[in-house]
Design a protein around this ligand. Structure first.
Ligand code: ES4
Ligand code: ZN
Length: 319
């Protein structure tokens, strides 16, 4: 039995497996620039975040209808349940779809078709977190927040993702202020490829409650102290860090040092279809590479519920 856990850093578009990509391409009459799943899999060798994002955005072309988003989410939830996931806080990238002519309502209603049955069907409770693409303008992010207003009963929070370097959190100050005023929870990717200063800015300027990745905090001991003191959760994604070359090999991953420093670390899968594993695969990979004890594995699983947006009574039930 895998450890019961929550997954807090998961891009639903990053769960698009090659087989589903080709099935949806056929269903929608979309032509992919790859012969078959085997040739596509060969493209899954990345130099950095941007080289991954290029493929990630390219493959989204197959996602067109509500049913496509429902099928994508249902396939993820089934796999997640098999990996011990009891609760999933799921990112989606509306701008990447709106830019292709797929409306916000299609995306949210489609995802919801799967999410609304997830507890009974898979035993997985869910939340949706809408991400802004940080390499797009703040105006575009604000328009996206506006387009989300009819759907806010189904959206728990906002996040910030895509190409990090050169797009500091401060660019989205007003958008996050508006999101907070709407009662939305706030998270942001920071310190994945970007410097530790972006983590500080995400906390101080955007008011985030959780930092996605946060890996590069380890370059700044003062920042580590602060994250420990304020109990700021970090959503680490070890296999992602290796595939996108944030760390050279898993044996070099700072997770053990981060736990030893007292940081509130969680382990997540990020874009599991692309990075070679779902969340339990990430747990097992770091256990094997870093020699983590069962007590540390339990700490990671416990942290995942503590860091979630579940209310206290829900959290107890999910564990
Ligand atoms: C992402 Cl690994 C990662 N980093 C930033 N943005 C993303 N979007 C999807 N996966
Ligand atoms: Zn991510």
């Amino acid at each position: 039995m895998p450890l019961p856990k929550a997954e807090l850093h998961l891009h639903i578009e990053g769960t698009l497996e090659p087989e589903l990509a080709f099935a949806l391409a056929a269903r929608n009459g979309v032509t992919l620039p790859y012969e078959d799943t085997e040739e596509l899999r060969k493209a899954y060798l990345f130099d950095d975040l941007q080289s991954f994002l290029n493929l990630y955005y390219e493959l989204m072309a197959v996602l067109r209808t509500e049913q496509d988003f429902a099928d994508l989410a249902d396939a993820y939830l089934e796999r997640a349940a098999a990996q011990g996931v009891r609760h999933a806080e799921i990112f989606f990238d509306p701008q990447a779809h709106i830019a292709r002519g797929v409306e916000m309502g299609t995306v949210v209603d489609g995802l919801w078709r799967a999410l609304e049955h997830s507890e009974e069907k898979h035993g997985v409770s869910t939340r949706l977190i809408m991400c802004f693409l940080r390499d797009e303008s703040a105006e575009s992010a604000m328009a996206t927040l506006e387009a989300a207003k009819p759907h806010l009963d189904r959206i728990t929070g906002v996040g910030l993702d895509s190409a990090e370097v050169g797009h500091p959190p401060v660019k989205f100050r007003e958008v996050y202020e508006a999101a907070a005023a709407l009662g939305l929870r706030r998270v942001a990717h920071a310190g994945e490829e970007g410097p530790p200063e972006y983590i500080t800015e995400a906390l101080d300027v955007l008011g985030v409650e959780r930092v996605d990745h946060g890996l590069r905090c380890m370059e700044d001991p003062q920042l580590v102290q602060r994250l420990v003191r304020e109990r700021v959760p970090l959503t680490l994604c070890p296999l992602s860090n290796v595939r996108l070359r944030a760390v050279r090999v898993l044996e070099d991953h700072p997770l053990r040092a981060m736990l030893d420093a007292g940081l509130l670390c969680t382990v997540n899968s990020d874009d599991p279809a692309y990075f070679g594993g779902y969340v339990a695969d990430n747990y097992h990979a770091v256990r094997d590479a870093l020699g983590l004890e069962l007590e540390q594995m339990r700490e990671l699983a416990r942290n995942s519920f503590l860091a979630s947006f579940l209310e206290h009574d829900e959290e107890r039930r999910a564990r």
